[in-house]
Design a protein around this ligand. Structure first.
Ligand code: NI
Length: 167
């Protein structure tokens, strides 16, 4: 397994739309293992393939503290949403920034597992936030896009400064 480089906001590649996975093969399994490694290494609680410049509909999430609850969603689709919640969100592509975003409180998501088997999951709270955040990535959307223009401009400036300082 190996950790992959993570694209940083406002990299234009974060705005590409991912295509559905059609082959549930060894290559997919390796990619998912590498994505999980990348997420744990960062460390973070969720990662979309888009963030590692692979534009296929794959997300990994693990909200546990001990890497014991890896969830993989292939071709995920939200089929029901209910209620609303505001939660401070962060993103591995937008390091050091946390801002509240409005999300549905409860969702029903349909997806496929690594073997190509479909499943449906009901999620609420933080898991629901995380799934909505990661599915946004697959659609070429970053949580910063929900914020005011002013905040977006400030965040871009801050990240560009970080990049210059590390370069
Ligand atoms: Ni993110």
């Amino acid at each position: 397994m190996s950790a992959l480089p993570i694209l940083r906001y406002p990299d234009p590649r974060l705005y590409k739309k991912a295509v559905p996975v059609t082959e549930f093969d060894g290559g997919l399994r390796t990619l998912v293992e590498n994505m999980a490694e990348t997420m744990y290494d960062a460390p973070g609680v969720g990662l979309a393939a888009t963030q590692v410049d692979v534009h296929r509909q794959i997300i990994v999430i693990d909200l546990s503290r001990d890497k014991s609850d890896l969830r993989v969603f292939i071709n995920p689709e939200i089929i029901e949403r209910e209620g609303q919640q505001f939660c401070d969100e962060g993103c591995l592509s937008v390091p050091g920034i946390y801002e509240p975003v409005e999300r549905a409180e409860r969702i029903k998501v349909r997806a496929f597992d690594l073997n190509g088997k479909p499943f449906v999951l009901d999620a609420d709270g933080l898991l629901a936030v995380c799934i909505q955040h990661e599915i946004d990535h697959l659609q070429g959307k970053v949580f910063v896009d929900y914020l005011s223009r002013l905040k977006q401009t400030r965040i871009k400036a801050k990240l560009q400064k970080q990049l210059r300082e590390t370069a």
